[in-house]
Design a protein around this ligand. Sequence first.
Ligand code: HMG
Length: 385
Amino acid sequence: MTQVGIDKISFYVPEHYVALSTLAEAQGIDPDKFSRGIGQNKIAMPTHDEDVVTLAAEAAAKVIADEDVDAIDTILFATETGIDQSKAAGVYVHELLKLSRRCRVVELKHACYSGTAALQLACGHVTRKPDRKVLVIASDISRYDLDSPAEATQGCGAVAMLVSIDPKLLAIEPASGCHSEDIMDFWRPNYRKTPLVDGKFSTIKYLGALSGAWEDYQENGGRGFNELAQFCYHLPFTRMGAKAHRQLSSINKAQNDPSVIEPGMIYNREVGNCYAASLYVSLISMLENADHDLTGLPVGLFSYGSGAVAEFFAATVQNRYRERLMKVHHQGLLKNRTALTFDQYRDMWNVPDPQDGVACIMPNAARGRYRLTRIDEHKRHYEAA
Ligand code: HMG
């Protein structure tokens, strides 16, 4: 059977971040609550000329470099940080990257799950049209109310993946298990900048959805727990993944071995929650940081989006996968960043979004090639340096 999956993958994070030790000090909280209690170190913060489009374009530019871009006939853009109620954010990325006009571009939404929906739909498309490729993008900015328990779990980032037949990195296996349930654990009505969240309830529902998706995965002919060499979880914060793995180990009466999740948590600790992109930042982290050779081995992935939709599936690591990774680039992005003071972070957070019809020029602050230059007459203008 023809294999389909991820041929290339990359992520992007902006230059600025706030260290959780800074947040802890300013708020009189024990820093161990963040580093150990939720397992996070930093929150990636966008500047005002960065948004889900510019983050996505940065990640995608790396993925399409030196590839046959004319084969890309579809862009699936997964986000819950929409910039327009009608126009898909991916259309701006399509233009910035100068991709072929013979392309369909669409935006997908279901909280943090939509990146996985996009990936599965892309696999279906290239199975039907094996000479085509799909650019899958997950890009999000996670914002919560200031001084709320969720503030420490903010972050942002984008992941781009090129999906094709005969993928050089990961073959996505056909078996998967889903769990959907109409619940109010986290949601953002159109009139709000920040989501409403029932934090403790959301962690319980995440774990319930994991059990449901795993059971369905098993019934659909999925692999046994012990066959999977590594596990990547949706990581709103890395402690959530540790709890998820403890539960899955227990369901399967297996030992809870932290070494099969730790490589997939290293980058997420430094970025924070980036919603739809989080699972795929974890996937990149796992591939780039697992110290043993993963060639030919299946890895498990669990995607959760509040509201709620979840999916468990697996991917097999391909021969010579290490040659396709961009480890130096990714580690450079994480290392070469600028820390914000608490006041700088709050000032940045509090800058109001442009209101109805007011022209707004964005100060030039993004470190990347792509930036939002202005919003004028209700239109967003981007440029590529
Ligand atoms: P909180 O009130 O800070 O929770 O909120 P806490 O007081 O229970 O502390 C958290 C942990 O730190 C606890 O450990 C404490 O014991 C520990 P646990 O009981 O969990 O094992 N702790 C310490 N450890 C060491 N030293 C200390 C210390 N103090 C306390 N000194 C909460 C936590 C997650 C609720 C909050 O951050 C929140 O609301 N976050 C947003 C919601 C969220 O991320 N939910 C996750 C599941 S839902 C999901 O993943 C979907 C999502 O990504 C959205 C989407 O799909 O679009 C969110």
